[in-house]
Ligand binder design. Sequence first.
Ligand SMILES: *[C@@H]1O[C@H](CO)[C@@H](O)[C@H](O)[C@H]1NC(C)=O
Ligand SMILES: *[C@@H]1O[C@H](CO)[C@@H](O)[C@H](O)[C@H]1NC(C)=O
Ligand SMILES: *[C@@H]1O[C@H](CO)[C@@H](O)[C@H](O)[C@H]1NC(C)=O
Ligand SMILES: *[C@@H]1O[C@H](CO)[C@@H](O)[C@H](O)[C@H]1NC(C)=O
Ligand SMILES: *[C@@H]1O[C@H](CO)[C@@H](O)[C@H](O)[C@H]1NC(C)=O
Ligand SMILES: *[C@@H]1O[C@H](CO)[C@@H](O)[C@H](O)[C@H]1NC(C)=O
Length: 297
Amino acid sequence: MLVLVGLVLSLASVDALTTFPPKFQVGQMNGDVVVKCNTSEQQVSWTQNGDPEPMAELVAEGQTLTILGLDLPAAGNYSCWAGTVLLDSTYVVVSSSREERMNISCQTESYHGSFRCSWTGPHSAVFRARLTHSDGSVGEWVLASSHHGQFGASFMDPSFCPFAEELQPLQLQLEGLSDTSYLNVSSHFFIRDIVRPDPPQNLTVWWQGEQLLLTWAPPVSWPLPKSYFALLYRLQYELPNGTQVDKYVEGVEETQLQVGTQRVRISCQDPYTNPAWSPWTAWQDLDATQQSQLRAH
Ligand SMILES: *[C@@H]1O[C@H](CO)[C@@H](O)[C@H](O)[C@H]1NC(C)=O
Ligand SMILES: *[C@@H]1O[C@H](CO)[C@@H](O)[C@H](O)[C@H]1NC(C)=O
Ligand SMILES: *[C@@H]1O[C@H](CO)[C@@H](O)[C@H](O)[C@H]1NC(C)=O
Ligand SMILES: *[C@@H]1O[C@H](CO)[C@@H](O)[C@H](O)[C@H]1NC(C)=O
Ligand SMILES: *[C@@H]1O[C@H](CO)[C@@H](O)[C@H](O)[C@H]1NC(C)=O
Ligand SMILES: *[C@@H]1O[C@H](CO)[C@@H](O)[C@H](O)[C@H]1NC(C)=O
């Protein structure tokens, strides 16, 4: 009998959200919440999470329902009915009292005004987010994807200009609903601070006379013109005796290598804004290339 009661209780409270409810209301813990049924019916009946006997102290009057002394069991999906006809539903949650550390991290590979953010949250939560653009307009709510407590969403600021200095930070607002509580967090940042370029491409070794040359191209996603969107490159290569050397070059896409260099890789960075280096390219082994090219020579 006890087991059965436990099962019923947990079924009633675990009504995990799968999407952001169209209508929700946030109440303070121990406060009263007034839920309205959007209908022209004069008398309605109420259910909480589909149950006609809600786990809360309620006063129903005409089209309104007052939840007295909101607590966690009283949270959930309140629906009003005319007989068996569903009229309206409101999801009631408790305002989260503690300041949540959401650890929101945003990143983009270029200056096109779009970026992706991710954050961690309760497994059972659903999140939506919206962006206040650089011209002050407010974007649509975007439903975040979720995977084991990791949430993410992509955003686009159509008024972002890659050639102008950003004067105002963008503002991202996150709203989260778990079974019982509400989270409201915002984050401010500049696009220039979240840019991390993709790795350079087309890393190629050439012989020019007796000299070994390395050439490459900027990442496909990096904006043009090159004169404006400069890149600083960091090369890492291994000498014949195994010593690893770092070399930095800016504004060029070729450099000379010591003959006998074992392998090389490259990454890049926007030299004027934030210090995030791109991921490295894969190591490129030069031995085979040099041998075959030497023979062809
Ligand atoms: C709330 O309950 C109603 C009636 O059962 C259902 O149609 C609706 O999808 C539920 N809403 C949420 C967010 O679970
Ligand atoms: C109430 O219902 C009407 C008709 O379905 C709808 O147009 C209106 O937006 C609803 N109002 C609220 C506050 O949900
Ligand atoms: C925040 O997120 C970053 C990247 O996802 C991670 O490296 C870091 O450890 C996180 N910090 C906290 C406090 O969770
Ligand atoms: C969430 O926070 C924003 C500001 O950060 C505020 O304008 C908004 O009213 C809050 N929403 C709720 C439901 O408390
Ligand atoms: C990369 O290399 C390929 C093949 O050599 C060439 O067709 C392409 O134009 C190069 N791309 C860039 C951006 O230099
Ligand atoms: C490896 O070679 C470089 C240049 O040829 C030299 O400067 C360096 O001292 C050498 N390192 C070792 C460990 O022999």
